[in-house]
Write a protein that binds this ligand. Structure first.
Ligand code: SAM
Ligand code: DTB
Ligand code: SF4
Length: 369
């Protein structure tokens, strides 16, 4: 295979802020076309990966993230919860699997896990993995030893977001530094886990900040396998409760630029979907988003009902990506098949001929075909 045929060899890690800002300034249609073209070179355009979230330890967090319902620095009226029992977590994972999620993400409101917490979270990883699901955790900062212990227990992904640009960061969080976050990401990578890392839009940042966040992500030594792009969920009682709404096109543009900069990554349309209509979500998929959080709850806030999401998928002719399709080898095979298919098929799926919409959540998501 020559370098020009090998998509991995073509990944760049030397993006400049000027180049990224130029992408943001393209006419909207040109940007969308470029993003969709890149998307089709690396992904099945009609498959979306779905993950379900569970808060395994809620509230009373010592960090001061100005967007967060769980920070102990603000009075958000959130009910605190201790670390959940392992059995409860496994039961929730089974339910998520039955509803069709391929990955189960467990989040804890910690600055970092304490030594006495580790045996419990390691056991959660082992038991959820034994259900045949991919596992993801987000527990705050990790040192090398903690990252290795999680990797050894079989954790597939670790979520740790950069949240915003280095320049905007200090006006959002003061209790941990940008470098702390980069250090955790490097410990996770060194331990051999996949990285889920992205940020939040709508926190009063500028377009340059959005470009700066994407530059940090794209210029990491390896692109994160998952890039969650969250739209701020405004939480009463936090300093960002009354920040101005984000212009929806700025959100969609950011997804498109993320797709162009990190062609192989799964770009996740994350928090904030409850505030988006179907048409906006469809534009995000067109811009290259190919992953969502699925299920009525994120960590402490609500998410669209699973049946609504399945209806939207049906309207758009989108299939949930099944587990086998997320490994590198399986992905490569699927891509080759999809590229072959595109040579002969129409450019766009006729959504009217896709499976009829169902009002109920299917027991398991429809099989890929
Ligand atoms: N405590 C851990 C940490 O921050 O590293 C893990 C959980 S934390 C809730 C995970 C991520 O959720 C944050 O980094 C942030 O990007 C996102 N998040 C939290 N609150 C949010 C909100 N109100 N709106 C959008 N995204 C949010
Ligand atoms: C991420 O980027 N978004 C998720 C997940 N990673 C852990 C969390 C979204 C949280 C939204 C607010 C809440 O429900 O508390
Ligand atoms: Fe704590 Fe994470 Fe919320 Fe920050 S985002 S306050 S670290 S739970």
């Amino acid at each position: 295979m020559t370098a020009s045929q090998n998509p991995v060899a073509n990944l760049r890690h030397d993006w400049t802020i000027k180049e990224i800002e130029a992408l943001f300034q393209l006419p909207f249609n040109d940007l969308m076309f470029q993003a969709q073209t890149v998307h089709r070179q690396h992904h099945d355009p009609n498959a979306v990966q779905i993950s379900t979230l569970l808060s395994i330890k809620t509230g009373a967090c010592p960090e001061d993230c100005k967007y967060c319902s769980q920070s102990g620095h603000y009075n958000t009226g959130l009910e605190k919860e201790k670390l959940l029992e392992i059995q409860k977590v496994v039961t929730e994972a089974k339910i998520a699997k039955e509803k069709g999620a391929s990955r189960f993400c467990m989040g804890a409101a910690w600055r970092s896990p304490r030594d006495k917490d580790m045996p419990y979270v390691l056991e959660m990883v082992k038991q959820v993995k034994s259900l045949g699901m991919e596992t993801c955790m987000t527990l705050g900062m990790l040192d090398k030893g903690q990252a290795q212990a999680l990797a050894d227990a079989g954790l597939d992904y670790y979520n740790h977001n950069l949240d915003t640009s280095p320049e905007h960061y200090n006006s959002i969080i003061t209790t941990r530094t940008y470098q702390d976050r980069l250090d955790t990401l490097s410990n996770v990578r060194e331990a051999g886990m996949k990285i889920c890392c992205g940020g939040i839009l709508g926190m009063g940042e500028t377009q340059r900040d959005r470009a700066g966040l994407l530059m940090q992500l794209a210029n990491l030594p390896d692109h994160p396998e998952s890039v969650p792009i969250n739209m701020l969920v405004k939480i009463e009682g936090t300093p960002l409760a009354n920040v101005d709404d984000l212009e929806p096109f700025d959100f969609i543009r950011t997804i498109a630029v993320a797709r162009i900069l990190m062609p192989k990554s799964f770009v996740r349309l994350s928090a904030g979907r409850e505030q988006m209509n179907e048409q906006m979500q469809a534009m995000c998929f067109l811009a290259g988003a190919n992953s969502i959080f699925y299920g009525e709850r994120l960590l402490t806030t609500s998410n669209p009902e699973a049946s609504k999401d399945m209806q939207l998928f049906n309207k758009l002719g989108i299939r949930p990506l099944e587990l086998g399709g997320t490994t590198d080898e399986a992905m490569e095979e699927e891509l080759l098949a999809a590229v072959e298919h595109q040579k002969t098929a129409h450019l766009f799926v006729d959504a009217a001929r896709a499976k009829p919409a169902t009002a109920e959540v299917p027991a398991a998501c429809p099989k890929r075909h």
